[in-house]
Design a binder for this molecule. Structure first.
Ligand code: ZN
Length: 61
């Protein structure tokens, strides 16, 4: 039998985290993102580096 699941939309997010201070930023996933990817210098403490600590998806119903 043909069964169909209710359609769910999953929006991927990336979490950017500073290695020095506790700055954490959640933003929408961008093509090319991966865990541990270095984003750049932290603008919050001007000392640490921002890297992606987590990528996850949120289901929108
Ligand atoms: Zn920082």
């Amino acid at each position: 039998m043909f069964s169909r699941k209710k359609q769910e939309i999953i929006i991927p997010y990336s979490v950017e985290q500073c290695t020095s201070c506790s700055m954490i930023k959640k933003r929408k996933f961008v093509e090319g993102d991966y865990v541990f990817k270095i984003i750049g210098k932290c603008s919050s403490c001007n000392n640490g580096q921002i890297s992606i600590s987590k990528i996850f998806g949120e289901v929108v119903k």
